[in-house]
Design a protein around this ligand. Structure first.
Ligand SMILES: NC(=O)c1ccc[n+]([C@@H]2O[C@H](COP(=O)([O-])OP(=O)(O)OC[C@H]3O[C@@H](n4cnc5c(N)ncnc54)[C@H](OP(=O)(O)O)[C@@H]3O)[C@@H](O)[C@H]2O)c1
Length: 267
């Protein structure tokens, strides 16, 4: 595993984490594969996926429940669990309730990094971030961050937060490169971790990008998905969280780390 510093906390987190959207259902819970899913999550953690990304929204809480089951046989301090609060739960009254729901489902006393899932223009950011700071003070959250915030929204969050905003989780992959214009340079300059979500673009890329990836995959003798991950991981401040639901995919994605030493991809 490769580790990168989380914000300017001095704490290093695994640069390759595990995404869980679709694990145990999408918008609604799907209990049909629970047993196999828990076993797969346990295997993933054993392999080195100790950074796990989830959200209260995923499968209406069931994804958190499955993770909560899987983590029970591991030392909690070895894990880095990220969860996110849905934008309709951001008031000072609702946020603590949402957090407690996540903690219960995850069967844990604290979340390592708690993110505002999406910016909500109808609620003052200060109110949500103050509620998060309070939860941090009480020990229910270790770090605070945001997700899907553009640069201006991130700047506003930093301006009103009493606690450091250590991370912004956004859509970023070899095809969706909007963050490179402003957000990524801002994060790099201000020591904020950028977590790239949908790093494999859910396996759908344009013909042009596919050609570039195939050329690189022949050069390095790896899959195009490993190229997509190495491309992200080679960037300063960027960590990523591919979702994988098979041992083969989990292993293959981990192997992308081996590419990094001499990795170069011109686009
Ligand atoms: N903050 C947000 O708003 C937000 C939004 C979207 C996503 N996310 C987070 O980011 C995570 C990752 O993004 P994502 O789930 O959208 O998409 P993704 O990671 O880009 O792609 C997942 C897809 O890639 C496949 N895959 C994984 N490894 C592979 C490999 N080595 N070879 C071939 N196929 C492979 C998976 O198949 P299998 O499942 O069959 O292995 C799955 O179909 C999510 O799970 C979630 O945790 C956050």
């Amino acid at each position: 595993m490769i580790f990168k510093e989380l914000g300017s906390t001095g704490e290093n987190i695994p640069a390759l984490g595990l995404g869980t959207w679709g694990i145990g259902g999408y918008e609604a819970p799907d209990h049909s594969g629970d047993k196999q899913t828990i076993a797969l999550l346990e295997e993933a953690i054993e392999m080195g996926y100790t950074h796990i990304d989830t959200a209260e929204y995923y499968a209406a809480g069931h994804t958190e429940e499955l993770i909560g089951e899987a983590i029970q046989s591991f030392a909690r301090e070895k894990l880095f669990i990220v969860s996110k609060v849905w934008p309709t739960h951001l008031s000072s009254k609702d946020l603590p309730k949402a957090l407690k729901g996540s903690l219960k489902r995850l069967n844990t006393d604290y979340i390592d990094l708690y993110l505002i899932h999406w910016y909500n223009p109808d609620l003052p950011l200060k109110e949500s971030l103050s509620a998060m700071a309070e939860m941090k003070k009480l020990g229910f959250i270790r770090h605070i961050g945001v997700s899907n915030f553009n640069t201006n929204q991130l700047k506003s969050a930093i301006a009103v937060s009493s606690e450091p905003i250590v991370c912004n989780q956004v859509l970023y992959n070899i095809e969706d490169r909007e963050p490179e214009k402003e957000l990524l340079p801002f994060c790099q300059k201000n020591d904020i971790t950028l977590t790239a979500y949908s790093p494999l673009r859910r396996k759908v890329v344009s013909e042009n990008v596919k050609n570039i990836l195939e050329k690189a995959s022949r050069k390095y003798n790896v899959s195009i998905y490993q190229i997509m991950l190495a491309w992200l991981l080679s960037k300063e401040r960027v960590v990523t969280i591919p979702k994988a639901a098979s041992v083969e995919h989990l292993k293959e994605n981990l192997q992308s780390l081996e590419l990094l030493e001499n990795f170069e991809l011109k686009l």
